[in-house]
Design a binder for this molecule. Structure first.
Ligand code: NAD
Length: 486
């Protein structure tokens, strides 16, 4: 069992109070590095969610002024930074990523609160310069209403920071459903909201437990104006359908299938370096990590060779150990998916460049995830599962391309449109790819993903809505207009 001063109760937090599930049910949270049960957390459902919605509605009866909301945001950022080590440790234990990555994620999360605090003035009313229809026109950004925030396990503090910062900036109270694999980091955040921020009752409510029941309560309650969801495309589609009954606004951050394109004129060592950081963060369990590596044919062998040296040097282990570069996958299903992508690729003609043959993988005797060795395969093509699906693990599939046109066609050969990367020294070519790649995030000569200062989100089946940047500030407001006769 985990022991932390930031986990006062393994439960929910509704209307300013910690609470257990109504029926006393719990679910276990497992450390994927050891299989140990870290906690038994309250399994809540529809009833608790309805109470949380009522508390949020009551809180919103008085919208706090911008200055108050800014202070909340600044205090949350400060509390996160102050407690970086302990939140990072909890995150490491329930997710499996190295502790230092956990700490970096806390800084990333704090950045969203800092950014929203610094830019909250963008939500002030504005008056149009023009006077159409003989009126002075006011544009007002009003809180949309109570919001439901549903988040995945792969960034236990980062994902909620993106949503909660914008919701509080807009003046919306929230009901938060954490992922059941990583609710403890969220509990720690709520301990900070209570103790260090003194966020008034009802403004943020935590309801861990049964996803379907909690989501149904959010989707059917008239006070809930927006549901912001990050997770799989499959669940996102379900939410779109269910939200139709009340024409509820949904913002969806869904899956990805990122191409990582390396041209012969690129700085190859930089492309390898950036790929290592991009691909193995969180054991490859990120929506923006490179999923298909497309390398110009003339340099493919050399690129694979240099990558293999780096991959073979990665140290796999428990994230609490400072020497660890890469932790385990979060659960058994994640491990099986990566294994399937590897065996399917090899069966269809791919070659192993580094890492494990499927039959040498360590056996999985227990119920938790497992350590999947970082692995590289080459000769990948569009008939393979690793080309068409998000692997969400430390498998690097390399395919070759012949020219610009071939690279663009292959990169765009997916229904997803989240992140993409191109490495070339040719600025004109890079600009053609920024236009031609059907992905929201097109990174040139860098493997970097999102940052609090820039808008981020999907195209195509990666979803819609934006988080971060000025655009993200407007996710939870209703834009109203008020023409005043002059
Ligand atoms: P998931 O869809 O299984 O779960 C996400 C959240 O939704 C969890 O809290 C889960 O409990 C909840 N949920 C599950 N079923 C639900 C239902 N029927 N109704 C409402 N909520 C439900 O996804 P996951 O496995 O936790 O996360 C991995 C996925 O998230 C990947 O596809 C990844 O690409 C995506 N992701 C996207 C982004 C982005 O910014 N676009 C960021 C991180 C992760």
């Amino acid at each position: 069992m985990i022991s932390s001063h930031l986990i006062p109760v393994a439960g929910g937090y509704i209307d300013g109070h910690w609470c257990a599930a109504d029926g006393g049910q719990t679910f276990p949270v497992i450390n994927p590095a050891t299989g140990d049960v870290l906690a038994q957390v309250a399994r809540m459902g529809g009833g608790e969610t309805l109470r949380a919605i009522s508390a949020a509605s009551r809180a919103m009866a008085n919208t706090p002024a911008v200055a108050q909301r800014r202070e909340w945001l600044e205090n949350i950022a400060a509390a996160l930074i102050k407690n970086r080590d302990e939140i990072g440790r909890i995150l490491c234990m329930e997710h499996g990523k190295p502790w230092r990555e956990g700490k970096a994620e806390v800084d990333y999360a704090a950045g969203f609160f800092t950014y929203c605090a610094a830019n909250i003035e963008h939500l002030n009313p504005r008056v149009l310069a023009e006077h159409p229809r003989d009126c002075e026109w006011w544009v007002l950004y009003r809180p949309a209403g109570v919001v439901g925030l549903i988040v995945p396990w792969n960034f236990p503090i980062g994902m909620i920071a993106k949503k909660l910062s914008a919701a509080l900036a807009a003046g919306c109270a929230s009901i938060i459903k954490p992922a059941s694999k990583t609710p403890l980091t969220m509990i720690a955040l709520f301990a900070l909201l209570e103790r260090e921020v003194q966020l008034p009752a009802g403004w943020a409510n935590l309801v861990p437990g049964s996803a379907g029941a909690i989501a149904d309560a959010l989707l059917t309650h008239p006070d809930v104006a927006v549901i912001s969801f990050t997770g799989s495309t499959e669940v996102g589609k379900e939410l779109i359908i269910k939200s139709a009954a009340q024409v509820k606004r949904v913002a969806l951050e869904l899956g990805g299938n990122a191409p990582y394109i390396v041209f012969a004129d690129a700085d190859m060592d930089k492309a390898v370096d950036q790929l290592m950081a991009n691909k193995f963060r969180g054991s490859g369990q990120t929506c923006v990590c490179a999923n298909r590596i497309l390398v110009e044919r003339s340099i493919a062998a050399e690129f694979s060779k240099r990558l293999a040296i780096r991959v073979n040097a990665l140290r796999m282990g428990n994230g609490l150990d400072d020497a660890t570069d890469i932790g385990p996958l979060v659960d058994r299903a994640g491990y099986e998916k990566v294994r399937h992508h590897l065996t399917d690729g090899l069966a269809k003609g791919a070659q192993l460049v580094a890492g494990a043959m499927a039959d040498t993988l360590p056996p999985l005797e227990k119920e938790w995830g497992g350590f999947f060795p970082p692995t590289v395969i080459s000769g990948v093509n569009r008939t393979m599962a690793c080309w068409n699906e998000e692997t969400f693990g430390p498998l690097v599939p390399i395919a070759e391309f012949d020219d610009e046109n071939d690279a663009l066609l292959k990169a765009n050969d997916t229904e997803y449109g989240l992140a993409s990367y191109i490495f070339t020294q040719d600025a004109a070519r890079a600009q053609r790819f920024v236009e031609g790649l059907h992905f929201q995030h097109v990174a040139w000569n860098t493997g970097t993903g999102p940052t609090p200062e820039a808008p981020f989100g999907g195209m195509k089946q990666s979803g819609y809505g934006r988080e971060g940047g000025i655009e993200g500030l407007f996710e939870f407001v209703n834009v109203k207009t008020s023409p005043v006769g002059i």
